[in-house]
Design a protein around this ligand. Structure first.
Ligand SMILES: *Cc1c(COP(=O)(O)O)cnc(C)c1O
Length: 434
């Protein structure tokens, strides 16, 4: 709006200014979840924008209409609706999210079939040098070439992960896992030393975790649609997984909820009480103060990255890409990036229940698949060892994951797509005064 105002001040008509700004503006929408879209009541718009709409050549009603949606019923100003109306280049952050966004915003193009709604997608990618574990960086340097990170989107280069000897890859992965375990132990120790943790909490914050056991990580915002507690739905079944004497499983959780998200905070409370339940034997840990530093240890150090969003609400689920680059196997609902990343042989996908709006039925259906995949596939494969102690099947899965996911879900590929499909077309129309 400010860019439009500047053009008008320089003598443009409202229509010309709007069209110039639209053609030179890119807008990326990031989530279908309503809480992720700011809507301001009209009395606040009045308070802060009275006197402004004239400068845009608009009446109050025309101005407020820029933020209208069918849900707002003339009461709220939706910032996403505004952005979409004033940007000619709009995208979602995965193929599926593009589709979801076209449906969600089709009302802005009355009469247009959903598939023609001009919202496209560029799937998120991660910055490999930021997220790669140092040990693995070295290994990639040796087998993919020293400049592997600069050629991160080169699919041919990634074929060479097949040349990495299983022994070496497994040893590096084990080192990364041990580093995570010492990170967790040191945090518990310092919490104890500073009097922030009770003795029992020292045990339940991960100090009983075993570096040899199959370790599942779940770390992200505790937004309710991500269903952090799905794995606890059938507690007896979970206990059988965790307590298997020869093939134990352990879980590490981390994350924060938005302070105003009461149900999200309750999820954290629930996970914490499972950690504190001594009958779960210290096999479940919750790490407090989740941040990027901790995220690095987690996406590098666990064996499986779990994501259980309620379909189709996960726009991307980008942390899974960080895990994939580090040889961690994704086990996730086929939503967001994973819907296009999963190929049947590079991790595990949970087919969500579609077309049934009953939330309980969805949760039950998705949880059943989650348990089945863990019991019948993940645990088997992880503990199937050759005489030298190496899980060859697991490593094959890991390499297939690296070969297929690493080149596609990195920023190199992503930025190229933004430039080619969005930024360059918008640049052509950028007025010369900028
Ligand atoms: C990557 C990352 C996220 C986003 O991950 P999602 O899988 O999209 O939830 C959130 N927080 C931190 C600290 C991250 O590193």
């Amino acid at each position: 709006m400010e860019r439009i105002r500047e053009l008008i001040q320089k003598g443009s008509t409202h229509a010309d200014a709007c069209e110039t700004i639209r053609q030179s503006t890119v807008f990326t929408t990031h989530t279908p979840v309503p809480a992720g879209h700011d809507v301001f009541p009209h009395h606040l718009m009045d308070r802060y924008f009275a006197g402004y709409w004239e400068q845009l050549g608009l009446s109050r009603e025309d101005f407020l209409r820029l933020g209208d949606t069918p849900e707002s019923q003339g009461q709220g100003f939706n910032m996403t609706a505004l952005a979409i109306r004033l940007a000619a280049h709009v995208n979602g952050v995965s193929r599926e999210h593009g589709q979801v966004s076209r449906e969600m915003w089709r009302h802005l193009w009355p009469g247009l079939p959903t598939e023609q709604v001009p919202i496209r997608s560029v799937t998120n990618g991660i910055h490999a040098p930021t997220w790669i574990a140092p040990e693995l960086n070295q290994l990639y340097g040796k087998y993919l070439g020293p400049a592997w990170a600069e050629r991160c989107d080169d699919t041919t280069m990634w074929q060479r992960v097949l040349d990495i000897p299983d022994q070496e890859l497994w040893a590096v992965r084990q080192t990364m896992k041990r580093k995570l375990m010492s990170f967790i132990r040191e945090r518990a120790r310092s919490g104890w030393m500073q009097g922030q943790l009770q003795a029992s909490q020292v045990l339940t914050r991960g100090t009983l975790l075993d570096p040899e056991a199959l370790t599942i990580g779940f770390a992200r915002r505790f937004a309710t649609y991500k269903r952090a507690t799905l794995l606890f739905r059938d507690l007896d079944r979970l206990k059988r997984l965790l307590h298997n004497q020869w093939r134990p499983v352990q879980l590490i959780f981390a994350g924060k909820a938005h302070p105003a998200d009461e149900p999200g905070r309750f999820f954290i409370h629930e996970v914490l009480s499972f950690c504190d339940d001594h009958k779960l034997g210290g096999h479940v840990a919750f790490l407090e103060n989740y941040d990027m530093h901790m995220a690095k240890f987690l996406v590098q150090g666990v064996d499986i990255w779990l994501n259980t969003p309620r379909f189709p609400l996960e726009a991307s689920g980008t942390s899974g890409q960080k895990a994939a680059l580090n040889g961690v196997i994704n086990l996730s609902v086929l939503d967001g990036w994973w819907k296009e990343g999963y190929n049947g042989a590079n991790g595990w996908g949970i087919e969500p229940l579609i077309g049934n709006s009953d939330i309980q039925a969805q949760d039950e259906h998705d949880a059943q698949q989650l348990y089945r995949l863990l019991e019948q596939e993940a645990v088997q494969l992880y503990y199937q060892r050759d005489l030298d102690g190496i899980p060859r099947g697991w490593l094959q899965l890991m390499k297939e994951n690296l070969r297929t996911n690493a080149p596609r879900f990195c920023t190199k590929r992503m930025v190229k797509e933004y430039v080619d499909n969005l930024y360059a077309p918008a640049m052509v129309r950028t007025p010369s005064i900028w």
